[in-house]
Design a protein around this ligand. Structure first.
Ligand code: TXA
Ligand code: MG
Length: 329
C-alpha cells in the first residue's frame, strides 16, 4: 500500500494543530479533517465542501479509550461494539455530545469512529485529539477512494492530501445510532446489520426509528455522478441494452451480450470487491463521455445492502420506488 511519508505526516499533524484542514485516507473513503474541538477549523471543512452547516460531521478517534471525551453518557453498547469492530468501518452515534455544536450540526448527539487505516491511525495518534471529517468530496458528490480523486475534486482548496493508496472498503462506514431508546441503522456499510445484532444480541431498527434525524448520507440523492444513472434488473439487461442510445455505458455483473453500439464494464460479482470499485468506476464514467449509465441491480442478499443503498442514491431514485430493498438473511 502506498503510504504517507513521515515528513508529510508531521506536516499534517502541525496543520491540524494550527487550525488547518488535511485530507487523509481511511479504509472506507478519504476524509477531509480538522481539529474537532476547534470551531474555526471546522468552519473551513463546510466552506471547502459546500456542505450545509446543519449536517453533522463524524469525529474520528484513535480508539474506544477516547469515547468518553466526546459524550457525557457513553452507552455500554458502544464499548461492546468498539471491542468487536474498532478500529474499523463502523460509526456510532452517541447521546449527550461533548463536541462543539459546529461539529454536530447543533444536535445533541455526536458521531464517532476509530478508523483502521494505518495513516489515519498515525495521524490520530500524532495529533492526540479528535479529527472531525466528512468524506473529502464536494457535498452530494461521489466519495473519493484514492488520493488522486481528492486532488481532482478539491486540490486547489486543500494544501495537504496524505497518500494512503486505494481504500480497502471503498464505501462509507456503517452508521449505527445509540442515541435513542433502541439502536437504529442509519447507513448500511461493510459491517452488516446482522453482525451488529449478533454482537449486541438485540434487534436493530432502520433509520425511521431514529430520533431527530438529519444525516446527509440519508438524502435520497447523494453520492451521485453528474451523468444520469439507471438501475436495471438482471432479466431486463438485454432488452434495455437493445433500445439504449449511443453514449450509454452498462455496468454488468456478468458477461451478457449487448449491442456493440454501447460500452460495457463488468463489475466484480461479489459485494466486497464491487464496493471497492464502485466509486472509482462511477468517477471514470462521469467524465462527460456518456449520457447514461445503466447499472445491473446486484443480488438482494444482505451482503449487498451497502452497494444497493449507494446505487439507489446515485441513481437519484428513492429506494422505495427504484430498486427493491435487499432482503435480510
Ligand atoms: O466512512 C465514513 O464514515 C467516512 C470516513 C471519512 O470516515 N466519513 C463520512 O462522512 O462518510 P460524511 O460526513 O460524508 O457522512 C457522515 C454521515 C452523514 O450522513 C452525517 O449526517 C451522519 O454521518 N452523522 C454524523 N453525525 C451524526 C449525528 N450526530 N446524528 C446523525 N447522523 C450523523
Ligand atoms: Mg460524504
Amino acid at each position: 500500500m502506498e503510504t504517507a511519508r513521515p515528513k508529510e505526516l508531521d506536516l499534517a499533524i502541525r496543520e491540524l494543530s494550527s487550525g488547518g484542514v488535511v485530507a487523509f485516507p481511511t479504509e472506507t473513503v478519504y476524509g477531509l479533517g480538522a481539529d474537532a474541538s476547534n470551531p474555526a477549523a471546522i468552519a473551513q471543512i463546510f466552506a471547502i465542501k459546500g456542505r450545509p452547516p446543519d449536517h453533522p460531521l463524524i469525529v474520528h478517534i484513535s480508539g474506544a479509550d477516547q469515547l468518553s471525551r466526546w459524550s457525557h453518557q457513553v452507552p455500554d453498547a458502544a464499548y461492546v461494539l468498539a471491542e468487536q469492530f474498532w478500529p474499523g468501518p463502523l460509526t456510532l452515534i452517541l447521546p449527550d455530545s461533548k463536541a462543539p455544536p459546529e461539529v454536530t450540526g447543533g444536535q445533541s448527539s455526536v458521531g464517532v469512529r476509530a478508523p483502521s487505516h494505518p495513516v489515519a491511525q498515525a495521524l490520530l495518534q500524532g495529533f492526540g485529539g479528535g479529527i472531525a471529517a466528512p468524506s473529502a468530496n464536494r457535498f452530494g458528490r461521489i466519495s473519493p477512494t484514492r488520493a488522486s480523486h481528492v486532488r481532482d475534486e478539491l486540490g486547489d482548496r486543500v494544501r495537504i492530501i496524505l497518500e494512503g493508496g486505494e481504500c480497502k472498503v471503498g464505501l462509507e462506514s456503517t452508521i449505527l445510532s445509540l442515541a435513542g431508546s433502541t439502536p437504529c441503522l442509519l447507513r448500511p456499510g461493510a459491517i452488516s446489520r446482522s453482525q451488529l445484532e449478533e454482537t449486541l444480541n438485540l434487534e436493530i431498527h432502520g433509520a425511521e426509528k431514529a430520533p431527530g434525524l438529519r444525516a446527509s448520507g440519508l438524502l435520497e440523492s447523494h453520492y451521485a455522478p453528474r451523468t444520469a444513472l439507471r438501475l436495471i434488473p438482471s432479466d431486463k439487461i438485454s432488452s434495455t441494452a437493445a433500445t439504449a442510445g449511443p453514449r450509454t455505458v452498462m455496468m454488468c455483473l456478468r458477461d451478457i451480450p449487448i449491442p456493440s453500439s454501447i460500452d460495457r464494464i463488468i463489475m466484480p460479482p461479489n459485494p466486497v470487491d464491487y464496493g471497492v470499485r464502485l466509486y472509482a468506476t462511477l468517477r471514470e464514467l462521469d467524465q462527460g463521455q456518456y449520457d447514461l449509465i445503466l447499472a445491473e441491480l446486484p443480488p438482494t442478499e444482505e451482503s449487498w445492502a451497502a452497494v444497493h443503498d449507494r446505487l439507489g442514491r446515485a441513481s437519484h431514485i428513492p429506494q422505495s420506488s427504484g430498486s427493491k430493498p435487499p432482503v435480510r438473511k
